[in-house]
Write a protein that binds this ligand. Structure first.
Ligand SMILES: NC(=O)c1ccc[n+]([C@@H]2O[C@H](COP(=O)([O-])OP(=O)(O)OC[C@H]3O[C@@H](n4cnc5c(N)ncnc54)[C@H](O)[C@@H]3O)[C@@H](O)[C@H]2O)c1
Length: 271
């Protein structure tokens, strides 16, 4: 049970949530392909996992490059004999690409790059993993949405549009791949402490005010950590979640469950 023996492909796994998932899945006996464009951190992560007794390889892949995506799936099958779990984790916020985030100032190139990585990349990876997933008895695709799939945020036009699309794409794939017995789920994290959040905060006019806004709505009064999300991904990958399909699963400390901030409850954010 759990993820033991399952063969994972994780995109954008060099750092952040993808890296946290690679560590946890490998520690629980999964075979993991760490893929990213950031080769140095990706390779270092694989060394760390192998040194701890886990099984992992690194494969360079820009998820917007069709040939690299094909090569990623082929390399996984060659190394581990197939693919069971595709974790479409790679994603960017526009603040990583540009400091121009308003409707007037953001370039079309920035908008399209975010959509390409966050949406087209998910679709391409699913497309080229499909022949391998069809051969698996435990196939599932797990897509990274966001609370911005479901709610509005400042300076998130491209990101929010892309994450809304990922949520809907997940449902469409769950329908189309049901005859192949491939489950497809989407999870929607709140604020998880990684580079993407640090960049978003740095781009805000008042970073401290933005941090308060992001964490003051968490009923669990802290920022999430990559391992929090990794636990959910491992559950969605495991046979224990066999009846979970086409789901949109929030993992946000309860932030979308209400419309208030912690001071209303006499609580403070734990730092
Ligand atoms: N951190 C959060 O608060 C949060 C909240 C909601 C959703 N998410 C989503 O979770 C996923 C991971 O986020 P994170 O916080 O770990 O981000 P991160 O910035 O820490 O890591 C993202 C990784 O994706 C890689 N990447 C970027 N472009 C790529 C491409 N074209 N091809 C392959 N890899 C690429 C980067 O090199 C990096 O290693 C993203 O899809 C993000 O949108 C994060």
């Amino acid at each position: 049970m759990g993820v033991e023996g399952l063969r994972f492909v994780i995109t954008g796994a060099a750092v952040g949530i993808g890296a946290g998932t690679a560590r946890l899945a490998a520690a629980r006996g999964a075979k993991v392909v760490v893929s990213d464009m950031n080769d140095a951190d990706g390779q270092a992560l694989v060394e760390e996992i192998c040194a701890a007794g886990g099984e992992a390889i690194y494969q360079h892949c820009d998820v917007t490059d069709e040939e690299q995506v094909k090569a990623l799936m082929a390399a996984t099958a060659e190394a581990f004999g197939g693919i069971d779990i595709l974790h479409n984790n790679a994603g960017v916020h526009e603040s990583i690409l540009s400091s121009e985030l308003s409707l007037e100032s953001m370039s079309r190139a920035t908008f399209e790059r975010v959509m390409n990585i966050n949406v087209t990349g998910v679709w391409l990876c699913a497309k080229y993993a499909l022949p391998y997933l069809r051969e698996s008895a435990a196939a599932s695709i797990i897509n990274a949405g966001s609370t911005s799939s479901l709610s509005g945020y400042p300076q998130c036009q491209a990101y929010g549009a892309s994450k809304g699309a990922v949520m809907q794409l997940s449902k469409m794939l769950a329908v189309d791949l049901a005859p192949d017995k491939i489950r497809v789920n989407c999870y929607c994290p709140g604020s998880i402490h990684t580079q993407i959040v640090d960049n978003y905060l740095a781009a805000a006019p008042d970073p401290q005010a933005m941090l308060n806004t992001m964490t003051q709505t968490h009923l669990i009064p802290r920022m999430g950590q990559p391992v929090d999300v990794a636990e959910l991904v491992c559950f969605l990958a495991s046979p224990e979640s066999a009846f979970v399909n086409g789901a949109v699963w929030t993992i946000d400390g309860g932030s979308l469950a209400w419309r208030g901030t912690l001071d209303v409850l006499g609580m403070e954010v734990e730092t």
